[in-house]
Structures are given as C-alpha cells and as structure tokens.
Design a protein around this ligand. Structure first.
Ligand code: G16
Length: 545
C-alpha cells in the first residue's frame, strides 16, 4: 500500500450548507473528519493533478492546524502549487480575487464566517471554483456523495511548513508560495474606487468615521486600505487585531453583535458621521450613519442607484440580482434603470453564473452581503469603500442619502425574525405545515391583507437551466407585501427558522415609522400562518435583525 494512503470510515453528515461545511471545532478535530472532507473535495475535482490551489482562512481557532493537514494532503494528491495567505490568512473576498488573478483551479477557504470561533466555537471549509466563487450545487452534491462512501485519503508524512514568512517552499513535489494576503486585494479596491476623493473626505475636518474589524480577518486589510492608502487615523479602526476566538465575541456585523461600534454611532453626544463593520471572514458589511442604520437590502438598492458615481461602474450596470428573501428595494431601482433584476435562492453561489455571463453587475442579500462583478464573493470592504466614495461625491450624510433614496423609490420596511436553536423536528414541522397549506392560502383575506400567491420557491438558473427546489416559502400579498420562511443553512446547533417580513410604503410622509410597529400585522400573521407557537413552543423570536 502507498505509504501516503490512510484508511478511514465515511461520515454521513458532511453535506455542505448555504456556504460550505460548517460544524463546531470539536467535529473538525475528530479523527479524520477534516481529512475525509478534504479528500472528498479532491476526489470530486477534475484536473487536480498539477493544478494551482489557493488556501487561507479567517484565522479562527484550528486554522493553522487545518492548513498543515491540507497542505500535506494537497501534496499527496498531486497538486502542483498552493498559494497560501501568510499566516494562513485570506479574507473570503481576497481569496476570491487571488483565485481569479492567478487563474487557480480553485481555493479552499477555512471559515465559518460570522459564527463564533475558539475551541468551543465553529469551523468551516468551503471550496471555491476557478471563477473565484463558491462551488455550485452540482459540485457540493458530488462532494457530499463522495464523503458518504470515502474509505481512504492521501496525506504526505507529517512535516511542518513555515507559513508565517513570505516565500516559496517545497512539500514533496508540490510548491507552496506564501503570499501577502492583503496587497492584491488592496490594489483591486484602489482600481475600483476614487481613492483621491475618499482620501480628501477622510482628511476633511467635517468628517469622522469608525470601522470595526470585530477582531476578525479584515483588520490587516482595513489598516492597509483605510489607514495607509486613505490616511484614516488608525484610532478610527477598532478591534484591528485578528484573534482566534474573535475576542470571545460573535463576529457578525449587526446591531446586536457589533456593540462597541453601535454604542459609538448611537452616542447622542457626538457620534462619527460614518460607521461600518465586517464579519469573521470579511464578506459581510454593516453601514451606519450618525444614529442611523442602513438596512442591507436598502444598501444594495442605493449602491445600484448610484453606481455611476464610482469610476469602475461609470458606464452603468448590466443588471442586479438579490436573494429571494432580500427586500424588493433593488427591484425598483432596476425597473427605473431599465435593467433586469434576478431573484435567486439564498447563497452567493447562485450569483456566479449571472456574473460570469455578464447578466448582472451588482448582487446582494439581506444577510449583510453586497458585491459586484470584480470577484465572485460578497465583499464587506468593497461596500464600505463604495459608501465612502458615495459620501465623498454627494457630500451628504448617510441618513440623507438613504432618505432621499426612499423619497424617490419608496421605502421597503423590512425585518427578519429568527427562531434559533430549535429542535430539527420542530423546525421541519413548521415548514411541513406551511407546505401543506400552500394551495389554501391564495385568496385568503386578513383585515386589509389579501394573499395573492403562496409557493415554495424554485429557481431555474437562466444560464445552465439547473433547478434548485425547496428554497423557501413565499407568501405574497396583493399590495406587494411578503412573508418568507426558510431554514438557515449556516447554523451548527439545531435549526434556525428565519421569517422575513416586508411591506412597501410609497408615501414619503410615512417613511419615518418604527419598523416593528409598521410591520405588526404581517408579523402576527407570519406567526399564525406557520403555527410557530403551537409547533415550536416559542412565543417570540430569539433574534430580530
Ligand atoms: C452565507 C452565504 C450567504 C447567505 C448567508 C445566510 O453567508 O454566503 O449567501 O445569505 O450565509 O445564510 P442562512 O440564512 O442560510 O444562514 P456567510 O457570510 O455566512 O458566508
């Protein structure tokens, strides 16, 4: 037997979710768990022999150990070269760019995104293909099938590759090139936006900002881009040092988890003009103004409406795509611009074909994700720089920019109610109940609300005609309001039921209402229609986003 060949037993639970395989660190540390999944990826790839792969992660606990294992496995599987982010670091957008720039076969990204890190936290492995984007379902299905029957994997004998210094190394026949994780991405950002204008804004006495790297991967990127290239005082960048456990915090940029930034931005005695944060692996973004939150669905619509102020998009955009649960604010912009707006299932992988075939330029999701055709992942710092560029051009506040947008297009009041850590069977019962009522719902009237349509969302990819079923329940009212239900594909503990609620308001006099209050009737109906209380025993959501 080849001395690099190790016997193993298949695992039955390695099905990639919305964004790769995410499990608690304990799973990944179990004997052969990581090895099996990596071998399943390798076995599912054509042209692996002699290929170039990109490798890096968000720096969370177990990142460094996982990298050593993957390098040894890549060498034993005949990979030609690995481009590795120094110290094992590569933000998800930077990894996407590096894959594209160096024409790699793909990349292995070690991240559980916004999930907590540390020995008791989560870990994740995601494979991205040569376009820089997450593997499409066809490939993740193949990887899962492989994992269910895997009996052996290949690994070079134990040896430690130095990963902290730049340079080239050999592991058996394979080359390892340790690259600067920041420079290529920083150059890409500089070629996309008007850096002199942003620099001038940042230097101006009337402007102040705070960027929260959440002790996660974007610290070094923000330091280089916002600090060194754009002149931002480094005191304005907080939680810059990436930590393996994200400082014990949840690296998710939203109003309840980015506490330090939020308290600065909501300080009545002098908040900065602009606040932003990114998540564990740098692909999500949250934008804040002085005492003001920008809903991510609105952020997508506003960026699309203002694309032409950005040098890279001055000739206009081809189209927009949003995930199905994301509010329909972007649709209004697309309609006005006379460009298509695609509705895709949740998950960035569904944007890949549209971007590759030039059908869209921008895409975004309610889950704090926005991005464009420069890479094939969502991109937190891209969105932050876009907003800075926009403010520099408009010379206006975040709040005014949003309010003027609502005045022109109307406001899509929007909220997501999450029921986290439910027993799987309870969550399945809710979805089963909804599916069984789909045919009965159309035509039903609840006070002023009348259901126009109810379905289980199926997406047919317009490029390759692949079909993705069961992508969430949609209840659409005849005034355009929507209630959407789906189960999260990124959690690691039990099931998370997400209920998305949306109502359009065209009357400018009604653009300043409390979000939860104005959605009350829909929220109550969403609970009633899904029998949430009866089937889960929960009387209220565990999180409102
Ligand atoms: C991932 C995906 C996104 C998706 C999000 C939420 O984000 O890349 O496309 O919108 O999960 O998924 P779910 O609602 O299934 O939890 P990230 O930032 O976690 O990689």
């Amino acid at each position: 037997m080849d001395s690099n060949l190790k016997r193993t037993q298949p695992f039955k639970d390695q099905q990639p979710g919305t964004s790769g395989l995410r499990k608690s660190v304990k799973y990944f540390k179990a004997e052969n768990y990581l090895q099996n999944f990596i071998q399943s990826i390798f076995n599912s790839l054509e042209d692996l022999e002699g290929s170039t792969l990109v490798l890096g992660g968000d720096g969370r606990f177990f990142n460094r150990e996982a990298i050593q294992i993957i390098l040894r496995m890549a060498a034993a599987n005949g990979v030609g070269e690995v481009l590795l982010g120094q110290a094992g670091i590569l933000s998800t957008p930077a990894a996407s760019h590096v894959i594209r720039k160096y024409k790699a076969l793909g990349g292995i990204l070690l991240t559980a995104s916004h999930n907590p890190g540390g020995p008791d936290g989560d870990f994740g492995v995601k494979f991205n293909i040569s376009n820089g984007g997450p593997a499409p379902e066809k490939l993740t299905d193949a990887i899962f099938e492989e994992s269910k029957q895997l009996k052996e994997y290949k690994i070079e004998k134990a040896q430690v590759t130095p990963i902290d210094q730049l340079g080239s190394f050999k592991l058996a026949e394979m080359n390892i090139k340790v690259i600067d994780p920041v420079i290529d991405y920083a150059d890409l950002m500089e070629s996309t936006f008007d850096f002199p204008a942003i620099k001038e804004l940042i230097a101006s006495a009337d402007f102040s900002m705070c960027y929260d790297a959440m002790s996660a991967v974007t610290g070094p990127y923000a330091t280089e881009i916002l600090g060194s290239r754009l002149g931002l005082d480094t005191n304005a960048i907080i939680n810059t040092q990436p930590l393996m456990n994200f400082g014990g915090r949840h690296p998710d940029p939203n109003l309840s988890t980015a506490k330090q930034l939020v308290s600065k931005m909501y300080d009545k005695k002098g908040a900065p003009n602009f606040g932003a944060a990114s998540d564990g692996d740098g692909d999500r973004h949250m934008i804040l103004g002085d005492y003001f939150f920008v809903n991510p669905s609105d952020s997508l619509a506003i960026l699309a409406a203002n694309a032409q102020v950005i040098p890279a998009y001055e000739e206009g955009i081809k189209g927009i795509a949003r995930s199905m649960p994301t509010s329909q604010a972007a649709d209004k912009v697309a309609e006005k611009l006379g460009i298509p707006c695609f509705e895709t299932p949740t998950g960035w992988k569904f944007f890949g074909n549209l971007l590759d075939n030039d059908q869209i330029t921008f895409c975004g999701e309610e889950s704090f994700g926005g991005g464009a055709n420069h890479i094939r992942e969502k991109d937190g710092l891209w969105a932050v720089l876009f907003w800075l560029n926009l403010i520099a051009v408009k010379q206006d506040s975040v709040e005014n920019i949003v309010r003027k947008h609502w005045a022109e297009y109307g406001r899509n009041y929007y909220s997501r109610h999450d029921y986290e850590r439910l027993p799987n069977k309870d969550a399945d019962n809710v979805m089963r109940h909804l599916k069984s009522s789909l045919t009965l719902l159309p035509g039903m009237q609840f006070d002023t609300l009348r259901i126009d349509k109810a379905d289980d969302f199926t997406y047919i990819d317009p490029i390759d005609n692949s079909i993705s079923e069961n992508q969430g329940i949609r209840i659409i009212f005849d005034n355009g309001s929507r209630i959407i239900y789906r189960l999260s594909g990124t959690g690691t503990e039990g099931a998370t039921l997400r209920i998305y609620i949306e109502r359009f308001e065209g009357d400018i006099e009604k653009h300043d209402l409390d979000i939860q209050e104005t959605l009350t009737d829909l929220i109550q109906l969403s609970v009633k229609l899904a029998k949430v209380v009866e089937l889960t025993g929960k009387s209220k959501p565990s999180a409102i986003v």
